[in-house]
Design a protein around this ligand. Sequence first.
Ligand code: ZN
Length: 394
Amino acid sequence: MRMWFRPAVPSSRAAGGGIARAAVVAPRRRAVRGRAAATMWAIILGAAIGASPAAAQEARTGAPLAGAPPVPQLRPAPSAGPRGISREEAARRAALGTVAGEVAPPVDPRLAKSRFAAVTGPTAAPARALGRYGLGCLAGAVELPAEGPNHSSMRLSRGRRWGHPVTLAFITDLAAAAAASGLNGILVGDMSQARGGPMLFGHSSHQVGLDVDIWFAPRPATVLTSEARETMPFQSVLNGDGSDVDPARFTPVVAALVRQAAADRRVARVFVHPHIKRAMCAMTWPDRSFLSRVRPWYGHDEHFHVRLACPADSPDCVPQAPPPPDDGCGDALAYWYTPAPYTPDPSAKPKPPLTVDRMPLVCRQLLAMPDRAEAYAVAPVPTGQETPVPPSPQ
Ligand SMILES: [Zn+2]
């Protein structure tokens, strides 16, 4: 027996400190993964679509290895320096997947959400958030443990406990802060799928491994059973008629937890129900600057949604424009108390279903890659005179 590919990936449990480490070992991992992927890609392409002209052309335009089909073009992380990008660069990234000269692979008639929901394994490291929060995918995802010292994950059957390592680190830190503030940690709801992408139900974002829902409901003192994680009802923090927050549920400690999330430098936005934003605007805070990142949105009365900023290791992650710098307690909040947000636009055209071909090219490639387990599979080397040559280990 000989190992084709060394298992270079640490367990997801070690993800908390993975960012610096990933930057150090990324080139080697990329080479390993590239060969594994190239081999598997050949098998997948051959089996699934045959030698179509389109696939062949794409292989020519994107192939990193001579004679091999393409692997997702995960660009290396910048070695150092602040993240700022130019307007042109932002526009280029926005056009991800529509670069002239690239040929889309054959269109699969199934929807993108069906395809991404069906893939249960992540690709190998390094982790990269790819594309937009609402139209993207995630390479090298790591899985949040179902249970930690200060958190419990909910709805495990959905398979949405995957994220970029920075998301897991953030959750771990927020959970510890919750415990330090007197709460019994946090309940963690949906994150992303194993390769990100659109979901069958529930979210339009959460696609690049940087979004996480944190329940407002208190974490029970005893470890939840699997069944309880599936069936514990969502619990609103609004009052009975939905006219305001219920102060017995949206307590100052819970508000402080939302502040903790929004004040975290890794965080771009926190979405909450307008009544929650209004309640937080009315509170006295020593520093109100975090409030600019607390944004009112539909729903979000039984959880708050934390969106992390694009991490430095993911140059193809498309950032959102930063929120206005003011506290958002004026006109931006008042808008949510007008009919406008609740009145459908009669001129709005229904969106066509999101098919795989409308996903960024790198996400389409990611879908076809082997998962981490396959990439590191141990392959037998037959004995005898005609021993096949496996891909060179690197
Ligand atoms: Zn969410």
